[in-house]
Design a protein around this ligand. Structure first.
Ligand SMILES: [Zn+2]
Length: 256
């Protein structure tokens, strides 16, 4: 157990800040200000929240209808499964608007000849970084429903929901974005050429935004096994879902 080193008050309203070890960007639960603990000052970037649009009961309905839809699922999934746990969590994301340019040179060999190639990958991204460590959350698969976002306001946190502070600040998010885009551009390039001689990437960070987004974590059991579904609390769309295959059509075809 790591103890919290000191008691810190919100620089805006003076209320004590409740924080857990490892958290860096803290949202004051009295006034809603975001504070960067690394520098002890107010977080400088724009903070938004995407409201959750579902009550617990409604989300149960969404889950059941998800279970009934789609032919890859067992026919009796909705009937035979039991929802064990439903938790709404507001997750912290950085959205980094970046213009990335990679100049490259290399060789195309897949045609049987060595053809030298050079060129440029020039792209603009709104890259997402989840502000939590040791998370298996599928950030890549999650389209943050940004059209629902509003200025951060404590009243938009649904009652009973869990609210997570960020364990990193914008500087770290920015460096993660750079690493991930570098990897992504190398991947893009690998589809074009076979040997990379040189790649030089420059990144121009245009803007960084901090957004809390609502995700429902739903655990259910079916025929003795546990599964998880993640549902976007703004749209009701599933983000990622475990689907049992034991007796579904998929199972029949592939003999599972
Ligand atoms: Zn405050």
């Amino acid at each position: 157990m790591v103890e919290i080193a000191e008691k810190i008050n919100c620089p805006d309203c003076g209320a004590p800040l409740k924080l857990e070890a490892g958290e860096v960007i803290i949202t004051c639960e009295y006034c809603g200000s975001a504070i960067n603990m690394a520098v002890g000052k107010k977080f400088f970037f724009k903070h938004s929240i995407i409201p959750n649009n579902y009550t617990l009961g409604e989300m149960e309905g969404v889950t059941k209808s998800w279970m009934q839809k789609g032919f890859l699922k067992p026919d009796d999934l909705a009937r035979k499964s039991k929802i064990q746990r439903m938790e709404l969590i507001f997750l912290p994301f950085f959205i980094v608007h970046v213009h990335a340019t990679s100049k490259y040179s290399g060789v195309l060999t897949r045609t049987g000849q060595n053809i030298p190639k050079d060129g440029k990958i020039d792209k603009e991204y709104y890259w997402k970084i989840l502000g939590r460590r040791a998370s298996t959350f599928p950030t890549k698969e999650y389209e943050i429903p940004l059209k629902g976002k509003v200025n951060f306001n404590l009243s938009k946190i649904s009652k009973g929901a869990k609210f997570l502070n960020s364990e990193m600040d914008e500087k770290e998010a920015e460096s993660l974005v750079k690493q991930e885009i570098n990897t992504h551009h190398r991947y893009l390039l690998s589809t074009e050429i076979d040997t990379i001689h040189d790649i030089d990437t420059t990144m121009d960070i245009k803007n960084i935004e901090f957004v809390h987004a609502p995700v429902w974590f739903i655990k259910y059991t079916y025929r003795g096994k546990q599964y998880e579904i993640l549902i976007d609390g703004a749209s009701g769309e599933d983000i990622k879902a475990d689907i049992p295959t034991s007796s579904g059509i998929f199972g029949k075809i592939f003999g599972r």
